[in-house]
Design a protein around this ligand. Structure first.
Ligand code: CMC
Length: 429
C-alpha cells in the first residue's frame, strides 16, 4: 500500500480536510477517511458499496473485466491445473506449495478429519427434518466446546491447529448433517482417500457394502470446492472478520460466516436456482417467468444472476458451465434442467433489462446442476459452499489476527427521535 496522492474534502463553513489516497497493487485507489471521526464527521455508505473495510493480500476481483485472482493466480488456471487442498495451501500461505510442502499439508489435513465421538450426540438433538445449514450453524459453533485447546487466538500455533481442524473436519460434519437427515449411520472418514473422495464416501457410503468413488464425480466435486474457496470481502467473509475483530474464537467466527452465507442473496442462491428451475418447469414458461422478474411490483429474482462486484461474466460461472457439460456428458446424463438453464441464460443475456443492469450468470447458476448430477440433494448445496469457503474465511481471519487490527465498529446516521421526556403509562394514548 503506497500513498501517492491526497484528496481535499471541502465542506461549507469548515477548513478543507486533507485525506491520504493509497494505491494497492491492483484495483482502484482508496481514500483514507479514518481521520474524519476526530473532526466530527462520518462517511455514509449503506451496503458498503464504496468502502474498503480492510487491506488484504489474498484475493483480487476486477468485476468489470470478470477477473478473479487468488494470490495472483487466475481462478480458471487453478480450477484446471490445481486441486482443492493445494488451493487451500495457497490461500493460507500466499504461495503454491512445492511437493514436500504439499505432502506435509495434505497429511496434516488427513490427521484431523475425525470429529470428537461425543459430537454425534449433539446431532441427535436436532429434528430429523432440520435444514442441514441449520445443523451446520449449530455444530460448527459447538466445536469450540470440543476443541477448546486451540482457541487461543494470540498463539500462531493454536491458530494453525484450528485452521487444520476446520478444513479437515468440515467434510465430516457436512456429511454427518446429510446422514442424519436421511436416517443412515454416520460414516467415519477414510484417510486413505483424497479430500473430495473422502467426502463423497462419507456422504454416500454405508456400512453394508463397499463404496467405490467415481473419479469423474470426485474431480467435479474438487472443482466445485476450488471455485468456492474464497471471494474477497463478501458478506460472509466480512462477517467472519467482524466477529473475529472482537477476539472471538475461530470456531465461533466460522459459525457466524456459515450463518451469513445461508441467505439466498449469498450462498443460499445455489439451492434457490434449482427451486426456481423446478418452478419454471418447462421452456414454454420461460417468457412468463422473465416477465415476472422484470416486474417492479413482483419480488421474483432471476436466481444465479447478478453480483455486487461482477458487472461482467463471473469467471467462476464460465468454469462451472463448462464443468457442468463435461460431467453430464461423461456420466451420460441428460438433464432437462440444464437445457432449461441454458435457455434462460440465453434469453436473459439478450434482454434489455439484464443488459442495462449488467446482470450475468454468477457461480451459483450452474453449480446446482453439477451437484445434482453428483447425487447431492438440494438442501446440501449451501452446505457444500460453506465447506469450500471455510478456507477463505480462515485465511481472512488469520490475515486480520496476524497483524494489528481494531474491533469492527461501524457508526450510523441517526434518524430517530430526539431526546424527550418519559411518558407515564396512564398518560400514553
Ligand atoms: N434478478 C432480477 N433483477 C436483479 C437481479 C436478479 N438476480 N439482481 C439484481 N437485479 C436488479 C435489481 O432489482 C436492481 O434493479 P433496479 O436498479 O431497477 O432497482 C439492479 O439489478 C441492481 O441490483 P442490486 O440489488 O442493487 O445489486 P446488488 O449488488 O445490491 O445485489 C445480488 C447483488 C447478488 C444480491 C443480486 O444480484 C441478487 O439478488 N442476485 C440473485 C441472488 C444470487 O444469485 N446470489 C448469488 C451471488 S454469487 C454467490 C456469492 O458470492 O454469494
Amino acid at each position: 500500500m503506497s500513498q501517492q496522492k491526497k484528496a481535499i474534502l471541502t465542506i461549507e463553513g469548515r477548513e478543507p480536510i486533507e485525506l491520504p489516497i493509497y494505491a494497492g497493487t491492483l484495483g482502484p485507489d482508496v481514500v483514507d477517511v479514518s481521520s474524519l471521526t476526530a473532526k466530527g464527521l462520518f462517511t455514509y455508505d449503506p451496503g458498503f458499496m464504496s468502502t474498503a473495510a480492510t487491506k488484504s493480500d489474498i484475493t483480487f476481483i476486477d468485476g468489470d473485466n470478470g477477473v478473479l485472482l487468488h494470490r495472483g493466480y487466475a481462478i480458471a488456471d487453478l480450477a484446471e491445473k490445481s486441486d482443492y487442498l493445494e488451493v487451500c495451501y495457497l490461500l493460507l500461505n500466499g504461495e503454491l506449495p512445492n511437493a514436500e510442502q504439499k505432502e506435509k499439508f495434505v497429511n496434516m489435513v488427513r490427521r484431523h478429519t475425525m470429529v470428537h465421538e461425543q459430537l454425534q450426540f449433539f446431532y441427535r438433538g436436532f429434528r430429523r427434518d432440520a435444514h442441514p445449514m441449520a445443523i451446520m450453524c449449530g455444530v460448527v459453533g459447538a466445536l469450540s466446546a470440543f476443541y477448546h485447546d486451540s482457541t487461543d487466538i494470540n498463539d500462531p500455533h493454536s491458530r494453525e491447529v484450528s485452521a487444520f481442524r476446520l478444513i479437515a473436519k468440515m467434510p465430516t460434519i457436512a456429511a454427518m448433517s446429510y446422514k442424519y437427515s436421511v436416517g443412515q449411520p454416520f460414516q467415519y472418514p477414510d484417510n486413505t482417500l483424497g479430500y473430495s473422495e473422502n467426502f463423497l464416501k462419507m456422504m454416500f457410503g454405508t456400512p453394508c457394502e463397499p463404496y467405490v468413488v467415481n473419479p469423474v464425480l470426485a474431480k467435479a466435486m474438487d472443482r466445485i470446492f476450488i471455485l468456492h474457496a474464497d471471494h474477497e470481502q463478501n458478506a460472509s467473509t466480512s462477517t467472519v472478520r467482524l466477529a473475529g475483530s472482537t477476539g472471538a474464537n475461530p470456531f465461533a467466527c466460522i459459525a457466524s460466516g456459515i450463518a451469513a452465507l445461508w441467505g439466498p442473496s449469498h450462498g443460499g442462491a445455489n439451492e434457490a436456482v434449482l427451486k426456481m428451475l423446478d418452478e419454471i418447469g418447462d421452456v414454454k414458461n420461460l417468457d412468463a417467468f422473465v416477465k415476472r422478474v422484470k416486474d417492479k411490483n413482483d419480488s421474483t429474482k432471476l436466481m444465479g444472476f447478478g453480483h455486487r462486484v461482477y458487472k461482467n461474466f463471473d469467471p467462476r460461472a464460465k468454469v462451472m458451465k463448462q464443468t457442468c457439460h463435461e460431467v453430464l456428458n461423461t456420466l451420460g446424463i441428460h438433464d432437462p434442467q440444464l437445457e432449461l438453464a441454458m435457455a434462460l441464460e440465453e434469453i436473459a443475456l439478450k434482454d434489455e433489462y439484464f443488459v442495462a443492469r449488467k446482470l450475468y450468470p454468477n457461480v451459483d447458476f450452474y453449480s446446482g446442476i453439477i451437484l445434482k448430477a453428483i447425487g447431492i440433494p438440494t438442501s446440501m448445496f449451501t452446505v457444500i459452499f460453506a465447506l469450500s469457503r471455510t478456507v477463505g474465511w480462515i485465511a481472512h481471519w488469520n490475515e486480520m489476527i496476524g497483524s494489528p487490527y481494531k474491533i469492527g465498529r461501524p457508526r450510523q446516521l441517526y434518524t430517530g427521535a430526539t431526546e424527550r421526556n418519559y411518558v407515564a403509562m396512564s398518560e400514553r394514548k
